[in-house]
Design a protein around this ligand. Sequence first.
Ligand code: SF4
Length: 454
Amino acid sequence: MAVDPARLARFVESAPRYTSYPPATEFHAGFGEREARAQLAATANGPISLYVHVPFCVSLCWYCGCNVVATSRRERGSAYVDVLAKELELLAAAGGGRPVVELALGGGSPNFLAVSDLEKLFAAVRRTLGLAGDAEVSVELDPRDTREEQLAALVSLGLTRMSVGIQDFDPDVQAAIHRMQSAEQTRGLVDSARRLGVERINADLVYGLPRQTPDTLAHTLDEVIALAPRRVALFGYAHLPSLRPHQRLVERAGPLPDAGGRAELFALAVERLTGAGYQMIGIDHFARPEDELAIAARDGTLHRNFQGYVVRRAEVLLGCGATAISDTGGAYWQNDGDLAGWQRRIEAGELPVARGVALGGEDRLRRQVITRLMCDGEVDFHEIEERWRIEFDDHFAPELARLAGDDFTELVEIDRERRRIAALPTGRFMLRNLARVFDGYQKSAGQRRFSLSL
Ligand code: SF4
């Protein structure tokens, strides 16, 4: 797939990632436990996806944008799992036993947990909500800190997919972001997983880091392609030190690539990965054509949530753990991010909801438009009209007028005859720019900072 970086660079802007709509910046404290309980009751007993956040890492990577507690005190993991078990009980009491058809452990580093704590956690999920026998069980693992016995335990607990954090293999880039990780460590984890029968392996990469050049990234991509993961996630580095002050440390290593530099790195990665047979999914994922994510993309059934592009197995996503986000379709909410506060509320028998947002009809309509744009790069007016009983051209007249303007000539085509909008080749990479046009909150977003759209 050929990509012209100079052309892409012109369109780089600050925009939400649209892993939710409304974006998480619209969550507010007026949505609390009472509202979350009403949502759980209204969606009771149906199958769910469950996300469990494990916030601990043994050391802090300076580029990290996750909600992380850096500590070497492993016993904190054990105490944390005890509280997670209580939170799961509260969720089950509020919404009934629900078969978990998809369980994802993320963080932080789930491999921070000892084998006995992983077993305790899975036992709590089975006891409270219930884990379907054929559930997809995915875990993010850090090759620097995952032991063979943890991997074996996870496989016996039902692991079906592993995400391996790589970011970049170049030692200079790794020094710049305080994450030293040899190719041997990564290969060792991937080989162990395959020996244990785990074939579904994802690799996570980041571009836009200091000291990253087309040469260093090309070398990283060669190594990654040789590992033959089923999926690759290629995230643009989100440098937001006003929100994550530790990211200032990244600046010590030298300047960050500008929009042109980012576009060059991105274009290189797209060309290498698609040249190696990967199918590009949305704005930042790649998958082998036989992987179910690629199949969902071709079928038009791809979904997007806080984990990025996903195959949707359940309508309701519940988040468990500090900072975790839930999505019932009618509302989003986020748990307390302060570990002590999160624990205190659970010990008191409360759901630890910190903020959230209930979706009105207009939100749901716009969410569908934005989700289809982010997933498919196109929107079929008929599909939206049938579902929402609107006249697309009238309802979105200002948005369509904007997309017809000069700023979007190279990004999108409005096909009045076939009644659809479709991203043009350059727009396929800039879906965040297109989605933003349909974002009803952007006018009131003021000076809120989002990461760059490429
Ligand atoms: S391992 Fe991942 S979650 Fe932990 S500090 Fe590094 S980037 Fe953040």
